[in-house]
Structures are given as C-alpha cells and as structure tokens.
Design a protein around this ligand. Sequence first.
Ligand code: MG
Length: 127
Amino acid sequence: MREAQKYAGQLQKELNWEISNENYEKSRSSLLNNYMLLTTEVAEVAEEFRKAFNRTHALLEEGIDEHVAFQIAKDSIKEDLGKELADCFAYMFKIANFFELDMEVSFYSKMDEVRNRKNKDIRYTKK
Ligand SMILES: [Mg+2]
C-alpha cells in the first residue's frame, strides 16, 4: 500500500493534480473538490453493482440458474469495477498525501481497532 500511495503522489505531482497547499482558501476549496470527486467515484462503484444486478435479473428471465447468472454478471463488471475502485484509491491517496498520512499505518492501526473492539452488532449464527 505504501508503494501505491507513493506512486499516486508522484503521478499527481506529474499531472499537477495535487491538492493545493498555497493558502487556506485554496486548500479548503481543493479538499472539498477532491472530496466531491471521491464521492463521485464511490457512486460509480454502485453503478457497476447496478449493472451486475440488472444483468443477473435479465439472465434469470432467460431461465439461467441464479448462481450462474450472478457469476456471469460479476465477471462482466469485474474489469470496470476494478477501475472504479482504483479511482477511489487515487482520491483517498491524494487526500492522505495532503495530510502526510501513511495509509499503511492508518489502515493496519484501524483494522486492529476493528478487530479488538467490543462488537455491538454481534451476528446471530445458527449452529
Ligand atoms: Mg471512475
């Protein structure tokens, strides 16, 4: 992850896509713009799901087995879903780079928190 974040930072610098650090107003505007772009990319992930669900339903209408239909639909969006998730990473890394955050540290630290917290939403598992 550290390598990917570093690569994203270099690419953003090369393309002059970094979040402005010129002054407060420019940083604020640039952060909000990039946050908006991140949420747009998150919506594009949902759009891929919508395509997969629509495709699954169309295949079910043709009488194809549900498991097979969903697998075909998942395969059909896989490449584009990867691109949209990559777009999300790019904006997340951009924001992290602005704040000089090491996302590898943040990620594992947060996952430790998740692992160790008292789960308030304990799932009922039938045994
Ligand atoms: Mg996109």
